[in-house]
Design a protein around this ligand. Structure first.
Ligand code: DGP
Length: 116
């Protein structure tokens, strides 16, 4: 059976989300727990559990993911003011959802990359 995640259900439209962009490879939607005025997640439409699971077959989707993340940032009006792209990986990386996703955060100064 194929691996399924909460983000897969969002991709397929089975649970509601504020989707801002979708194409054949990736989907972008607003994070339910926004940490900044702009907080959007960009995910591959197929499940890649995390950054550590990326393989050669994911190269096209990851290129698209990066391009869509930056296009979404520009569409949100933060292309010039700046933003942060984050991919959390695994327990120590703080990854909660086992479906690779890139956070697009901006709309205010985000400070240092890590606290402390
Ligand atoms: P991470 O810690 O990198 O795995 O971030 C997961 C993010 O996913 C977290 O910021 C909250 C968000 N999230 C979790 N469940 C949902 C959901 O059902 N809908 C939306 N829109 N975001 C979700």
């Amino acid at each position: 059976m194929a691996v399924d995640t909460i983000f897969s259900k969002i991709v397929r439209g089975e649970i509601p989300a504020d989707i801002v962009y979708q194409d054949d490879l990736v989907t972008a939607f607003r994070d339910i727990n926004a940490q900044a005025p702009t907080h959007i997640l960009v995910v591959p439409n197929h499940v890649v559990p995390g950054a550590d699971d990326v393989t050669e077959r994911d190269e096209a989707v990851l290129g698209r993911l990066f391009r869509v993340a930056t296009a979404v940032a520009r569409a949100e009006g933060i292309g010039q003011s700046g933003y942060r792209l984050i991919v959390n990986c695994g327990a120590d990386g703080g990854q909660e959802v086992p479906h690779l996703h890139m956070h697009v955060l901006g709309g205010r100064p985000l400070g240092r990359m890590l606290p402390g």
